[in-house]
Design a protein around this ligand. Structure first.
Ligand code: GLV
Length: 326
């Protein structure tokens, strides 16, 4: 019997492609060629499943071109590349990779927070440029992490991981804002206090964004919100581009309305707003918060297991729209 045909849209661990090939006829992209929207649509035309990353947009147009498609398994916890209502309407299952990246991503949130607070990349650039002649009392003096106020906007699994690190590891005073308040048990575990969004902006010394992107969360942090923050505060975005108005942030950094920012995600990435590239008080990384070898492997495995689970055994592991399962 013919094996079901699937598309693996990006280069991924070869052993994961080999595992998929035991069950499916796989068209892969191990050369990691950038495909246009039309090329992706053409490749989906005869496929029942797709292994995608956050970079492949699955919308009504892509679905219209893919009459046999039954599942898209995203190798990411975020899924704003999926038009979920359109997928559900077409009865195409969507899956993501929650949990396996939580602790790694929370670690990175802290890495970016600390690099920003202690001006790690700015001082390294200075050193590499041969500008370091002698020690001085205020050279790259930043802000403290221990004992400061950690603000978290978006208190899902990753937000809670960051809260636990801050409260238990660094003795930080943790405040958070979220659409819904955590249970008293979880608040106690995270040592986190619920505040309004305005209070969060006004009180945080380090504000970490960990909320999902949606049209509602577009530009959650713009000029008005940045103006509420302390001039000594740092903003960290490990969530999604578009949650922050990058032009407004670059202006606030240049005018020292806030002290610094640490960014892993950008509006329209991989393009980065040119003004962010010229302000010194920002740490910039290329969307790598989940990038450790074991975690990326676990994410790829989970996406593959979702394809095998659903197409072979009828049981996906982490469905986003389980209503299509009937
Ligand atoms: C990364 O950004 C992810 O959503 O997994």
């Amino acid at each position: 019997m013919d094996k079901p045909r699937i598309l693996v849209a990006r280069a991924v661990f070869p052993e994961v492609v080999s595992r998929l090939a035991q069950y499916f006829e796989v068209e892969n992209n191990q050369a990691d060629e950038p495909w246009s929207k039309q090329q992706l649509a053409d490749k989906l035309r005869d496929k029942v499943g797709a292994f995608t990353t956050g970079a492949e947009r699955i919308d009504a147009d892509a679905l219209a071109a893919a009459p046999h498609l039954k599942i898209c398994a995203n190798m990411a916890v975020g899924y704003n590349n999926f038009d979920l209502p359109a997928m559900t309407a077409r009865k195409v299952l969507a899956t993501n990779t929650p949990d396996v990246l939580t602790e790694t991503t929370a670690d990175f949130g802290f890495a970016l927070l600390m690099a920003t607070a202690r001006r790690v990349t700015e001082s390294e650039h200075y050193l590499r440029a041969g500008k370091w002649q002698r020690w001085s009392y205020d050279m790259f003096a930043g802000s403290d992490v221990h004992g400061s106020t950690l603000g978290i906007l978006g208190m899902g699994r990753i937000g809670q991981g960051i809260a636990r690190r801050g409260a238990h590891g660094f003795g930080m005073n943790v405040i958070y804002h979220n659409r819904s308040r955590l249970s008293p048990e979880l608040e106690a575990q995270c040592k986190a206090r619920y505040v309004s969004k305005d209070e969060l902006l006004r009180m945080a010394d380090h504000l970490v964004l960990v909320l999902p992107y949606s049209p509602e969360s577009h530009h959650t942090i713009g000029a008005a919100e940045l103006a509420l923050m302390k001039p000594t505060a740092n903003l960290i975005n490990i969530a999604r581009g578009g949650i922050v108005d990058d032009a407004a942030l670059a202006a606030a950094l240049r005018e020292r309305k806030i002290a610094g920012a640490g960014l892993d995600v950008y509006e329209g990435e991989p393009k980065v707003h040119p003004d962010l590239l010229t302000v010194p008080n920002v740490v910039l990384t290329p969307h790598i918060a989940s990038a450790t070898v074991p975690t990326r492997k676990a994410m790829a495995d989970l996406a593959a297991d979702n394809l095998i689970g659903f197409l072979v055994h009828g049981k996906p592991l982490t469905p986003l729209n389980p209503e299509v399962l009937g």
